[in-house]
Design a protein around this ligand. Structure first.
Ligand SMILES: Cc1cc2nc3c(=O)[nH]c(=O)nc-3n(C[C@H](O)[C@H](O)[C@H](O)COP(=O)(O)OP(=O)(O)OC[C@H]3O[C@@H](n4cnc5c(N)ncnc54)[C@H](O)[C@@H]3O)c2cc1C
Length: 375
């Protein structure tokens, strides 16, 4: 066998896996079709370290988010990566929403997130003097981080562990052999190259279902759907009216958490993302400026200072979700596929939010799946 483990995709999850697996194994390959790491979802998100409150009890999303949050804070501290535990407010401007806030708090507690509390108008004013809200639920353990530096550090750790990181190479075919897999790559110059790998980890984000189907593993429940998320940034000096993460009360079964404010470590305030189902699955990072009106309508309830002309088109990210409009929420798929006849092949599909928060715990989980398979 040429290679022990091949990881497909150098987004934040693939990089975290490369770092983790190479801590204890040699001959690890990380393959990325772009010329640099993190050019897709991993650099087009809110950079929020989520607390783990919104996902169903017992789900991988909940468990890996809560574990991953602590792992990330420790790692950022250890490696001197910038982060800020700025806390998160879910705000309500109507009395009717108060019951929903209580339900959010109860679900959070059931999930094991115990730092949340309901706060009143005065306490909201102390945290965010310029917003309007009667009640909120406050989670102090949420935060923001510099995701580019985090990816760079994962890459450095993996390379220090002798991982071969290959950019500009696209996996175009996978074939199951009697033992292991044949992986075929297409290079930037069009040349094609094949090698054998004992194990393959599919961490290809938006293309994870495509990679799985290269092996003939195309279960209908593994189909990835794309939801676009547009962001506008807050201009005209109004960023000074927001200091942290402010979210509306989420609707049930929604994709995303509702249009909210996020701050980055430089103090820039972004508003978004919305969630637009992409029927044709065509990658499109353009922003429709007409959406300013929807953003303004949904945000002005709690950001009274906001005028439509303060909103400037910013970035777009695309979520690789397992749900179509109207479907109920789905969990991450992280599976070693022996049962389907593909031992040593690990699928990660539908790694939408909180994939950034959970990247290190996902990596640990995948490493355990590999070790379990070895026994
Ligand atoms: C709008 C938005 C907001 C979000 N906000 C947050 C947030 O605040 N907090 C949070 O925790 N999470 C958030 N997320 C989720 C988070 O960004 C993702 O879960 C995470 O980035 C997924 O990382 P990944 O490595 O799985 O995927 P990606 O970053 O998409 O990486 C996959 C990689 O695989 C490569 N690849 C694909 N096919 C091939 C191939 N054939 N050959 C070689 N390489 C290939 C791609 O080029 C890509 O680099 C958000 C996501 C979006 C879209």
């Amino acid at each position: 066998m040429d290679v022990y483990v091949t990881i497909i995709g150098a987004g934040i999850v693939g990089l975290a896996i490369a770092r983790e697996v190479s801590n204890s194994s040699k001959n690890v390959f990380l393959i990325e079709k772009n010329l640099k790491f993190g050019q897709e979802s991993s650099s087009r998100n809110s950079e929020v370290i989520h607390s783990g409150i919104h996902y169903p009890y017992g789900s991988l999303k909940t468990r890996l988010c809560i574990q991953g949050k602590e792992m990330l804070y420790d790692y950022c501290e250890l490696k001197d990566i910038s982060y800020r535990k700025c806390g998160k407010l879910i705000v309500s401007s109507s009395v009717a929403d108060k019951d929903t806030l209580i339900q959010i708090l109860q679900r959070a507690q059931k999930n094991g997130v115990t730092d949340g509390r309901i706060i009143n108008k005065d306490e909201i004013h102390d945290l965010e003097p310029d917003i309007i809200a009667d009640t909120a639920v406050y989670f102090p353990s949420s935060g923001i981080l510099d995701s580019h530096s985090l990816m760079k550090q994962f890459e450095t750790d993996a390379i220090n562990n002798e991982t071969q990181v290959v950019y500009g190479s696209e996996v175009v075919s996978l074939k199951k052999l009697n033992e292991g897999y044949e992986v075929t790559l297409k290079e930037q110059d069009g040349s094609v190259y094949s090698f054998t790998s004992e194990k393959v980890i599919n961490s290809a984000g938006l293309y994870a279902d495509k990679i799985s189907s290269m092996l003939g593993l195309s279960k209908p429940e593994n189909q990835v759907f794309y939801w676009k998320g547009e962001y506008f940034s807050l201009s005209n000096g109004k960023h000074k009216f927001v200091s942290g993460l402010i979210y509306p009360v989420p609707e049930s079964n929604m994709v995303g958490l509702g249009i909210h404010t996020t701050v980055d470590l430089g103090g820039r305030v972004r508003l978004g993302p919305n969630a637009l189902f992409m029927t044709d699955k065509k990658i499109d990072y353009s922003i429709d400026p007409e959406h300013v009106k929807d953003f303004h309508d949904s945000l002005k309830k709690y950001l009274p200072f906001l005028e439509p002309e303060d909103l400037v088109p910013d970035q777009v990210g695309i979520r690789p979700t397992l749900q179509k409009p109207g479907d109920s929420t789905r969990d991450f798929i992280i599976e070693e596929e022996s049962k389907s006849g593909y031992p040593g092949f690990i699928n990660l599909i539908g790694i939408e939010s909180p994939g950034l928060t959970a990247c290190m715990s996902i990596a640990e989980y995948v490493d355990q799946l590999i070790s379990g398979f070895d026994q």
